[in-house]
Design a binder for this molecule. Sequence first.
Ligand code: SF4
Length: 360
Amino acid sequence: MSHTEKHTTLNNALSREEIKELLSLHDMQEIDLLCRQAFEVKRQNTGNKVYLRGLLELSNICRKNCYYCGICRTNIHLNRYTLNEKEVLDAALFAYENNFGSLVMQSGERLDKEFIHFVDSLLQMIHQKTNNSLGITLSLGEQNKETYKRWFESGAERYLLRIETSNEKLYYKLHPKDKTHSFSDRIAALKNLRKTGYQTGTGIMIGLPFQSIENLADDLLFMHDFGIHMVGMGPYVEHAETPLYNYRSLVPPSEERFLLGLKMIAVLRLLMPDINIASTTALETLNTNGRLKALQAGANVFMPNLTPEQYREDYFLYDGKPGMHTDVMTYLKDFHNKLKENGQEIGWGEKGNSRRAKRV
Ligand code: SF4
């Protein structure tokens, strides 16, 4: 009996050892089988629809200095920007008029009052101009409870705060150990989001220097035990202007990292059948059609970039980020045809809330 056959019926009861075994698969036939099983679990639990989230990169100003991130505070090789109100509303209306169903606003971490107020008023204006029909996800870093509450009350339903790794030791290899970058604060922020009432999301990077299969298995178990509602995780992709780039010789080759990303998505789907899992752009950086493959391995959310083109090059979190000059509707039409070949379709006009969040 193969590794994957052994786990066919186990679904969300995988042990740490079993997860490690699945993540360690190298035989392509076994990896394919794992992905097909995850696809089937997704189909049975969340349906055959892929939900769209129009991604808007609101600002690349950030107070933090994460060692892997291209827009970290100390990188001086980029122009810092914040979209203006009109640019945000135009993008939100584009998402509304083209039936995206939902929007993600992402930014570097900013605690200034002006920004907090700006986000608050944007949320209210977007809802007003779109008849409250767009689901809005925020990904704006660690904020205090009051800010989380304020944005929630102004209509943000979901919040994504990636922890990047659930291992404290590894966390401090990726972040400076200081007051601005505290592992315990990050976990506390994630808990506050859930308490506030958000559909709460997190994510990690896969294939990092110093990261083991055990670490990755623990990341999946962390998400499971936390009862997370949605996940956005993808392979680590180096950025030449960051400190972690010095350790690139410790990073697995691209194809291996990509496959590890696929296996992580597939195993997470087996562990948590009814959550939302994003197919992230980093997968596409390492493999042509990487995002499509992830949707065939258990992911069910796709995030086309709606950031105005003139800003996109200043939101390079990592090198080789794809989709920088693409007409989004042409791309989506083609993408939808590819999905249909695989028995899936885009959930046009649907918010695509996490079924787990509805259940608990
Ligand atoms: S990962 Fe996020 S918090 Fe860290 S430097 Fe980049 S934008 Fe800022």
